[in-house]
Each structure stands twice: as C-alpha cells, then as structure tokens.
Design a binder for this molecule. Sequence first.
Ligand SMILES: [Ca+2]
Length: 244
Amino acid sequence: MQTRTGTIFAVALFASAGTVVQAGMLLDSFSTTQQISIGPGGVNPATASSSVGTGGTSVGGARTLELTRDTGGTVVATRVNIDAGILGFGTEPGVGGGLMAIYDGDLDPALNPTGLGGVDFTESGDNASVRVTYRYDLALEFFVTVYTDAGNASRASFVFGGTAGFNGPFNVALLPFASFTPILGAGADFTNIGAMTFSASTTSPTLGADFQLDTIDLTREVPTPGALALIGLAGVVVAGRRRR
Ligand SMILES: [Ca+2]
C-alpha cells in the first residue's frame, strides 16, 4: 500500500513537470551560399534553378532551388539569396511566384525520391517534429514534403504567423511527424526518408511577399532539468517507502 502511494506520487510529479524542445538532426542551416534570380521583364511563367553541394550543412549534402514567377515582375528581379546563414526570398509588389527546395542527395535538379538513401528522421525514435524558423511580411503557407520512395510521401504545412517583419527574432513553427498526411500511397515512413522538399508561393492576396528562413531541423521533446530532478526525488521517495 505504501509502495503504491509512492508510485502515484511519482506519476503526479512527472505529469506536473515540463518538457523542452531539443534540437535533433540538422536539415539545413543555410550556411552554404546560393543565389538564383529571374530578371525584370520577360514572359511569365519564368523559372530559374540551381543546385549546390552543401557538405554537412544540409541533409544529404546537396540542395536544389527552383524559383518560379507567374505574375508581374517588370521592375526588379524575383530572387532567392542564401547568405550568412539565412535564406531570403524576395518579390517586388505585384509579383506572384514560388520557391521549391529539394534535398535528395544529388545535384540533378530532378527529384530523386530515394536519393537520401533512407535517412531515419526519428533518430531511433527520439525526434518528433520538423522545426522551421522564419521571418515574413505576408502570411504565406509553407509546405514540407517527405518521401520514402516514388510511391509513398507525406506533407504538412503551416501559415506564417507571429511577429511580422525582418528586424526582430525569428518565429518558430513545429510540424509534428504525426501532423503529416499521406499524399502518395500509404505516406512516408519517417524512419526511412529518401527525399525532402519545402515550398511556398505567393498568389493573390499575398503578391509581393518576402520571407527569410534561419534553420530547418528536427526536434525532440525532453523533460526540463527541473523535471528530471523531481523524477529523481520521486524515485528516492518510492525507494524509501519500499525499504520500510
Ligand atoms: Ca535531385
């Protein structure tokens, strides 16, 4: 009876303790520079793309960017600039277009859905979310898609929110693995990822939108240090009661 009371006490302590989000695998720190642009004028739709080797700064060691312009664009270039650890997407007022980034382990601009060779995004079960840190001016929807192979893929999205503007701290979005929904077959297996993409596009009423990305990575939730101390204390209480 005393042991049972101690166990209940321990569970209550655990439930009242907090968790913190901890970084897991890096997906892209945007520390490998890359620029693409579509110059002013010309015919829509217009496209530009490039691929770069990123070493250890992004998953799979390579990044492909595809930029499109569907509306407007007569004054300044529509552009993506990755420099100093930040990706910047910029469109002039009235321009509609989009960005797609592909991580599939190679420099071929085509998506290879098994190119990453089966990366375990859970890192043996600990990771639970994709984290995106961003700034923005207009509320675009941001999509993350993961592939296991050509027949199985899943997608999640969020709409830019929080503090708008480019001078303050970056906003943080967490996309839990459980929130991804199948778009091909049975969906992706997060223990066996063959490719990842992210994308966002501007259409009315978000023509002319700009955004920045600081980091995309994987995260896990772990008990706070205070929670660990409480769990340890609860264990002592349970042990003490058992000894009596
Ligand atoms: Ca490719």
